[in-house]
Design a protein around this ligand. Structure first.
Ligand SMILES: Cc1ncc(COP(=O)(O)O)c(C=O)c1O
Length: 304
C-alpha cells in the first residue's frame, strides 16, 4: 500500500488529510502567502535536493520583502525540507514550502497574525508535456508587474494572479505558455519561468532589472553555459528578438529547461530544438542527477 503523504507543519509531521486550514485563512483569501518550489532528483547515492540553500535563502528573502515574520531560519528550513523528503520516502519529487497567515479573522492587515510554515513533497514529472519536443508560446497582453506594483523578485502568492491571467490567456489562444513583457515593453519572463535566447552563438537573458524573478535555474544555466565557453549576456531584451532568435528556451525548477519552438505563430530558428538548447539541457540533467563532479556542491544528499 502506498504511504499517505506527510506534511511538515510548524515543526511536526501530519498526515496530508489532517493538514487543514479554515476557508477564511488570510493567505487563501488575499494571496498573502509566500512559497518556494524545489526539486529533489534521484542520484546514485539516493535523492539529492538541488540548490537547497539558495531556495531556502530566497524564501527568507521573500519574507523580508513582504514583511512577513517567518518563524524559521534558513538553516531550519533546509533541515525541514530534507526531513520532508526523507519522511515521504520519495526518490524524486517537487518540494513546496509555503508560509502563510494562519488566521481566519476578516481584515487585510496581517500584522500580529500567526504565520505557519508547511512543507509538502510530491512526485512530479515534467511541468510541460511537450518538454521533449518544444512548446509554443504567445506574448501576453498582460504585462509583468513591476516593483512599484508588486515585488517580482519575491515568490509572493499574490504575484501569481498576474501569472495565472497570462497562462489562461495563452491557453485560450491555443498556446502552451505565455511570455510576459515588462511595463517598459521589454521581455520579462514566463508565468513561472525565466527565458533565454540564443542569438548568433551567444546566450542572452533578460537582466535582473527586467522585472523578473531571479531564478535559481537561470543562475545555474548561466554558470554552466559560461563554463563551456559560451558568451552570456544579461540585458534588456526587445520583443522582436524573440522572433529573430536562433533558439529559445525557458528555465525554472518546475520547467527545468524547456525548449520554445514557436512564438506568436512564428517558427523559432529551424522550428526544432536547437543544438545549444540540447547541449545545455543534457548538461543540466546530468548535473542534477549527480553525474558531474564539478557541480556536486549544488546537491544536498538526503540520506547522508
Ligand atoms: C515567475 C517565475 N519566474 C521564474 C521562475 C524560475 O525560478 P527558479 O529557477 O528559481 O525555479 C519561477 C519559478 O520559481 C517563477 O515563478
Amino acid at each position: 500500500m502506498e504511504q499517505e503523504a506527510q506534511v511538515w507543519l510548524n515543526g511536526r509531521f501530519v498526515r496530508s488529510a489532517d493538514a487543514k486550514v479554515s476557508i477564511l485563512t488570510h493567505s487563501l483569501q488575499y494571496g498573502s502567502g509566500i512559497f518556494e518550489g524545489i526539486r529533489a532528483y534521484r542520484t546514485q547515492k539516493g535523492p539529492a535536493v538541488f540548490r537547497l540553500p539558495e531556495h531556502a535563502r530566497r524564501l527568507v528573502n521573500t519574507a523580508r520583502i513582504v514583511g512577513m515574520p517567518l518563524q524559521q531560519t534558513q538553516k531550519e528550513i533546509e533541515a525541514a525540507v530534507i526531513a520532508t523528503v526523507k519522511k515521504n520516502k520519495l526518490e524524486e519529487c517537487y518540494i513546496r514550502p509555503f508560509a502563510f497567515y494562519d488566521d481566519s479573522r476578516i481584515g487585510l492587515d496581517p500584522t500580529g497574525k500567526k504565520v505557519s510554515l508547511a512543507i509538502m513533497a510530491v512526485a512530479f514529472g515534467s511541468y510541460f508535456q511537450k518538454k521533449d519536443v518544444g512548446i509554443k508560446c504567445v506574448v501576453s497582453s498582460w504585462c509583468r508587474m513591476n516593483s512599484q506594483i508588486l515585488p517580482p523578485q519575491a515568490k509572493y502568492s499574490g504575484n501569481y494572479a498576474n501569472s495565472i491571467l497570462a497562462s489562461v490567456e495563452a491557453k485560450g489562444r491555443g498556446a502552451d505558455e505565455a511570455i510576459l513583457l515588462s511595463t517598459s515593453g521589454h521581455v520579462a519572463e514566463g508565468p513561472g519561468e525565466n527565458i533565454f535566447l540564443v542569438d548568433d552563438g551567444k546566450l542572452v537573458t533578460p537582466s535582473k532589472d527586467s522585472d523578473i524573478l531571479i531564478g535559481i535555474t537561470r543562475d545555474s544555466i548561466i554558470k554552466v553555459a559560461e563554463s563551456t565557453g559560451l558568451e552570456v549576456e544579461e540585458r534588456r531584451v526587445h520583443r522582436e528578438e524573440l522572433y529573430t532568435a536562433d533558439e529559445l528556451f525557458f528555465t525554472g525548477t518546475a520547467a527545468e529547461l524547456t525548449p520554445i519552438t514557436a512564438v506568436d505563430s512564428r517558427k523559432i530558428g529551424s522550428g526544432r530544438i536547437g543544438p545549444i538548447t540540447k547541449m545545455l539541457s543534457e548538461k543540466f540533467s546530468k548535473i542534477v542527477q549527480g553525474g558531474n563532479d564539478e557541480y556536486l556542491q549544488w546537491l544536498t544528499m538526503v540520506n547522508v
